[in-house]
Design a protein around this ligand. Structure first.
Ligand code: MEV
Length: 359
C-alpha cells in the first residue's frame, strides 16, 4: 500500500506518459470513508479530497444511515450515448425513416468498431433520431460500455457510423462525440434514518429530521440553494471519483445537466419525513464511472483505491459513490439545519493550520 501511495500514488515517469509537458506530480490527501454500507455490504471508501471535514462528515452520516439499514442502491446498465450531429437535413421525417430502416446495419457497424467491448459482453444496443429544428438532426447510438467509463469506445462508435448516417439522412455530418449527460446510466440511492440517530446535543432527533426535510424543500424551490446542496453531494461523490481515477469533469457536467433536466435546476437528493416518522432520502444522478481502462489502469493509487472499495463492476462503483454523495448531503444538512457548519468545520480546519512548514 505504501509504495502505491508514495509520491502521491504516481511517479513522474508514469505521469509523463499520462499527459503532456509534465513538470511533476501534485498530491492530495487520500483518506478512508468509514461505516458505509450499501445493499447490506460494508465498504471502506477511498476518498481523495482537499476539503477538511468531508471525510469525517461522510463517515458520521453513513453511521446514521447504517442504523436504518444502510444505503439501498440500484444502478442502470452501463449505457452511454454517442451523438452524431447531422446538419442541413432537408427532410427530417425521411431522414429518420431511412436511419430506422437501416438500424440493424448501423448497429452492426457500431459493434464492428469496438470488437474488444463485444468480447466483454458490451456493444451497441439502440439508436434514436432527434429533430433539433433548424435543419439539425442528431442520432444517438446507445452503447453498453460494461466496466469501462466508455468515452473512447463511444467516440469510436460515433466516428465509425457518422459517414453512413450522413448519407442516409441526406445531410452534412457535424460533431461525433459522447454526451456527458449520461442519463441512461443513473444511480438511485435510498436511505431511511431513525430520528434517534439524528439527535444533536442541543436538538432532539425529531426536530433535526424536520429541519432537514425543510432544508431539502428549500433546495427544491430555489436554484441558488440547489447549487450549494448539490455541491455538498459532489463533495462525497467526486472524492470517490478522483480516488478511483475517474473523470470528475465528466461526472460534474452530467450531474449538473441532469439537475437542470426539468428546465429548472434542482437537487440531486431530496429528504422527506416518511409516514412512520423516519427521515427518508432519495438520490438520483447519472454516474459514468469505470473500473477498467484509462487512469484506473495507469495510476497505481487508483488501482489501490479500487481494491479498497471492493467493487466488482462499474455499476457497483456508481452505487458506492452515489451512497457517499447521499451521506455527504445528509451530514451537511444536519449541521446546517442545527448548529451551522462552521464549528465542526473550523475545528478540523484548525488541524490543517498546524501542518509543519517546510524548509
Ligand atoms: C461545503 O463544501 C458544502 C456545503 O455548503 C453543502 C451544503 O450547503 O449543503 C456545506
Amino acid at each position: 500500500m505504501g509504495s502505491a501511495l508514495g509520491a502521491g500514488g504516481l511517479d513522474v515517469a508514469t505521469a509523463d506518459k499520462v499527459v503532456e509537458n509534465v513538470l511533476g506530480t501534485y498530491a492530495l490527501p487520500f483518506a478512508l470513508g468509514l461505516n458505509v454500507q450499501v445493499n447490506g455490504r460494508d465498504h471502506l471508501v477511498p476518498m481523495v479530497v482537499e476539503e477538511p471535514s468531508v471525510v469525517a462528515a461522510v463517515s458520521n452520516a453513513a453511521k446514521m444511515a447504517r442504523t436504518g439499514g444502510g444505503f439501498v442502491a440500484e444502478a442502470d446498465e452501463p449505457l452511454m450515448i454517442a451523438q452524431i450531429q447531422v446538419d442541413e437535413v432537408p427532410d427530417f421525417a425521411a431522414a429518420a425513416a431511412a436511419i430506422e430502416e437501416h438500424r440493424a446495419e448501423l448497429l452492426s457497424l457500431a459493434d464492428g468498431a469496438v470488437p474488444a467491448l463485444l468480447e466483454h459482453g458490451g456493444g451497441a444496443r439502440d439508436l434514436e433520431v432527434r429533430d433539433l429544428g433548424d435543419g439539425l438532426a442528431v442520432v444517438h447510438v446507445i452503447v453498453d460500455c460494461r466496466d469501462a467509463m466508455g468515452a473512447n469506445l463511444v467516440n469510436t462508435v460515433a466516428e465509425a457510423l457518422a459517414a453512413r448516417i450522413g448519407e442516409l439522412a441526406g445531410g452534412r455530418v457535424g460533431l461525433r462525440i459522447l454526451t456527458n449527460l449520461a442519463d441512461r446510466r443513473c444511480v438511485r440511492v435510498r436511505a431511511r434514518v431513525p430520528v434517534e440517530a439524528l439527535a444533536m446535543p442541543d436538538a432532539d432527533g425529531a426536530s433535526v429530521r424536520d429541519a432537514i426535510a425543510r432544508a431539502s424543500r428549500f433546495a427544491e424551490l430555489d436554484a441558488y440553494r440547489a447549487a450549494t446542496h448539490n455541491k455538498g453531494i459532489m463533495n462525497g461523490v467526486e472524492a470517490v471519483v478522483v480516488a478511483t481515477g475517474n473523470d470528475w469533469r465528466a461526472v460534474s457536467a452530467g450531474a449538473h445537466a441532469f439537475a437542470a433536466r426539468s428546465g429548472r435546476y434542482g437537487p440531486l437528493c431530496i429528504w422527506r419525513v416518511a409516514a412512520d416518522g423516519l427521515l427518508e432520502g432519495a438520490l438520483e444522478m447519472p454516474l459514468a464511472l469505470g473500473i477498467v481502462g484509462g487512469t484506473t489502469r495507469t495510476h497505481p493509487g487508483a488501482r489501490l483505491a479500487l481494491e479498497i472499495a471492493r467493487v466488482e463492476t462499474s455499476r457497483e462503483l456508481a452505487m458506492l459513490a452515489g451512497s457517499v454523495g447521499m451521506a455527504s448531503n445528509l451530514a451537511a444538512l444536519r449541521a446546517l439545519a442545527t448548529e451551522g457548519i462552521q464549528r465542526g468545520h473550523m475545528a478540523l480546519h484548525a488541524r490543517s493550520l498546524v501542518v509543519p512548514k517546510r524548509g
